[in-house]
Design a protein. Sequence first.
Length: 211
Amino acid sequence: MLKRALFTLPVLAFAFFILLTSVLRTASVKYEFSRVGAVQNDEQVLGDESSEINYYLAYPGKVLPDSPLWSVKALRDRIWLMITTNPGRKAELKLLFADKRIGMSRILFEKGKCEVGFSTLTKAEKYLEEAGIQEEENREKGIDTSEFLLTLYLSSLKHQQVINDILKIAPEDARPDIIRTKNYPKYVGEKARQALNEKGISYPESPFDGD
C-alpha cells in the first residue's frame, strides 16, 4: 500500500503540473500581428544608460513568456503574491512584476514575437495599475508610502518610454493597441504625482505630458 502511494503521488503531481500548464496557456489572450525583423540578443534589454529618466528596470531574467517554462515562473509569481501579507511588500512585488514584464515585452518585440510581446505588455501595465491601487489602499490605512510613491511615479515614466521604444519596432497593425496601453502608466503617473504634491515631495517633470 505504501509503495503504491509513493508511486501514485509523483504521477498525480506531474499530471497536475501538465494540466495547470495547459490551463494557463489556453487562458492567455492570443494576438496576431504582422512580423517585424528579429533581434537575437536577449541581453540588450533596457537601454537605460541613455535614458533621461533616472529609473532602472529590473532584469527580466532568462525565462520569458515564449519559453515552455514560463507557466512555472508565472505561477511562482502568483503564489509569491498570495503568501505575501505585508501590504507594503505586496505593492513592491506588483511593481517589480510590472517592471520585469515590460522589459520582457520589449525583448519579445525585438525578437519579432509580437503577439506574445503584446500580451506581456498588457500584463505589465495591469501589474503597474495594481501597484498603484495597492499604494492607495496602503496610504488610506495610514501606511507611509512616500518613498514608494516616488518610485511608482518614476516607473510610470519609464513604462511610457519603453512603450514608445516598442512602437518604433512594432508592426503597423499592432501600434493602435500598443498606444492604448499607454493609458495605464499615464493614469498611474498622474495619481502618483497628485499624491506627491499633497505630501510636498518633489519629483522630476514628465517628458510625456504632451503625448
